[in-house]
Design a protein. Structure first.
Length: 94
């Protein structure tokens, strides 16, 4: 399991950041809360949740471990999806 990825921010948008580490660009889905923290940064340490299914693989990134732990707790509820949490809501407001 990955705990975090640390490197230079190559691109950033409200839903995604690309972090370059050792010549590899990692595409990481982020929350609006994480975006607000990272948008002015050139480097970042992003805590990772690695989502793997037979037809999909995705990194979800968070500025803090607490935000990641809340995400893990919320996705354990069957009606809450990864995309709902990252694309539409601040995790701190839930």
């Amino acid at each position: 399991m990955y705990d975090y990825i640390k490197g230079n921010i190559s691109e950033i948008s409200p839903t995604e950041v690309i972090v370059e580490c050792c010549g590899i660009g990692y595409s990481i889905m982020i929350s609006l809360q994480t975006y607000d923290i990272l948008k002015a940064c050139s480097e970042a340490k992003i805590f990772i949740y690695h989502y793997i299914r037979e037809d999909d693989e995705q990194f979800y990134g968070f500025a803090t471990k607490d935000e990641r732990e809340l995400f893990k707790l919320l996705i354990s509820v069957s009606v809450v999806t990864h995309t709902m949490l990252v694309n539409g809501n601040h995790l701190s407001s839930i």
